[in-house]
Design a protein around this ligand. Structure first.
Ligand SMILES: NC(=O)C1=CN([C@@H]2O[C@H](COP(=O)(O)OP(=O)(O)OC[C@H]3O[C@@H](n4cnc5c(N)ncnc54)[C@H](OP(=O)(O)O)[C@@H]3O)[C@@H](O)[C@H]2O)C=CC1
Ligand SMILES: CC(=O)[C@@H](O)[C@H](O)COP(=O)(O)O
Ligand SMILES: [Mn+2]
Length: 381
């Protein structure tokens, strides 16, 4: 029986993790989880899985829940995320929280030598060097949950990393893949949230439309697999059936395929190195699909991807600045404060004005993150 802590339980990845945990109660036990502000889902998960510890974003919610469930310990805020991540009984942390707010709790769990199943890519982008160095020091295992990185991980299984020629990350193209940049001037939030293949949280769906999601994923692949940026490519693939590919020196290409269902990489990270049947999983029928499509990436159409490669190659605090600017700009777009095209503009301006620090420590990263959010607020006033 693996004992699990879960961050971001009420979100898209978190709720699909809950689905797996409910179905596989002989294999997994949820001991602690964190939610944000969705108290209805928090209550449902408490009642179904009876964890020992629950954290919510706001103190008032924690106080109310403690009255209703006196046998459970409730906590809140940033310290609550750390308490959930470091619960002494859990051996695996699933980090499905949104944004760089997940960084400190991830580091805390790593320092306990836990296995981290990580969906929270912003943590790897903002402080990848710290996360990987601490994982090595404390003998913690980092397992990818992001579908492309799970595909890369599975396609490298048993291979010597020295034989890898390049990683090829597939991209659906997002909600606006059939529109020119000119046609994006007046798109609405509802248009942008209409992803063609995946049902995901709002922020990542917007990232997918700007192609910043792929930019974050290129950096995530660099961090997780220690691969130079020149050996990481992005390939447009409309159907999201091939989740990513690894090319080897001998020209062989190994890929992982499947119907687009995030429960597959989540469950694989939970059951690793074993595999388990997926409850209600939809099998891939290639004959029925008939054709798969591929197209070269157009960096002029998707400047956010160019910016992410630039930040990745530069390294240092520009990664934190880029990530924080993106988080703040996407939030502003979702609130109707800026246009869709302004997201890229905000990120580019922040990066141009950023004074880079090459190898930042945690305090520096946290400082740059919060300062960048203030800079973006002033920019969009
Ligand atoms: N969705 C997907 O299919 C995929 C997502 N990812 C990555 O996984 C992560 C989560 O994405 P997704 O599930 O879509 O996001 P959602 O927005 O659906 O969920 C985010 C979760 O984090 C919680 N949360 C948000 N802000 C805070 C905060 N300040 N403090 C505490 N909790 C907070 C939310 O709580 P609440 O809702 O209760 O307020 C919710 O539980 C992201 O990094 C994303 O890039 C990667 C691959 C695929
Ligand atoms: C499911 C998942 O991992 C997402 O990151 C997904 O890849 C988004 O799709 P695109 O960014 O390719 O549109
Ligand atoms: Mn992905």
């Amino acid at each position: 029986m693996k004992k699990i802590s879960l961050l971001g339980a009420t979100g898209s990845v978190g709720w699909q993790t809950y689905d797996i945990l409910k179905e596989q109660q002989d294999a997994f036990q949820l001991v602690a989880f964190s939610a944000g502000k969705n108290i209805a889902k928090t209550r449902e998960m408490i009642e179904a899985l009876q964890p020992e510890l629950v954290s919510v974003q706001q103190e008032e919610d924690a106080r109310q829940l403690a009255k209703d469930y006196p046998h459970i310990h409730f906590t809140f805020g940033g310290k609550g995320l750390v308490e959930v991540a470091t619960h002494p009984d859990s051996t695996v942390l699933v980090n499905a929280v949104l944004g760089s707010v997940g960084l400190e709790s991830t580091l805390a769990a790593i320092r306990m030598g836990k296995t981290i199943a990580i969906a929270n890519k912003e943590t790897l982008v903002t402080a990848g060097h710290l996360v990987m160095a601490e994982a090595k020091k404390y003998n913690a295992t980092i397992l990818p949950v992001d579908s492309e990185h799970s595909a890369l991980f599975q396609s490298m299984n048993g291979e010597n990393p020295k034989n890898i020629e390049r990683l090829i990350i597939t991209a659906s193209g997002g909600s606006f893949r059939d529109r020119t940049r000119e046609e994006l001037k007046h798109v609405t939030v509802a248009d942008a949230l209409n992803h063609p293949n995946w049902s995901m949280g709002a922020k990542i769906t917007i990232d997918s439309a700007t192609m910043m999601n792929k930019g974050l994923e290129v950096i995530e692949a660099h961090v997780l697999f220690d691969m130079p940026y020149d050996q990481i490519d992005v390939l447009l693939h409309r159907e999201s059936i091939i989740h990513s590919l690894v090319e080897y020196h001998d020209t062989s290409v190994i890929a992982q395929l499947g119907t687009p269902d995030m429960r597959v990489p989540i469950q694989y990270a939970l059951s690793y190195p074993e595999r388990m049947p997926l409850h209600n999983g939809q099998r891939l029928n290639l004959a029925q699909i008939g054709k798969l499509h591929f197209q070269e990436m157009d960096f002029a159409r998707y400047p956010a991807l160019r910016l992410a490669y630039e930040a990745g190659r530069m390294g240092g605090t520009v990664l934190t600045a880029m990530n924080a600017a993106n988080e703040a700009a996407v939030a502003a777009f979702l609130q109707g404060k800026i246009t869709f095209l302004a997201i890229d503009e905000v990120i580019e301006r922040v990066m141009q004005e950023h004074a880079n620090i090459a190898v930042p420590d945690l305090q520096t990263i946290l400082h740059v993150d919060s300062e960048t959010r203030k800079i973006v607020q002033n920019m969009i006033k």
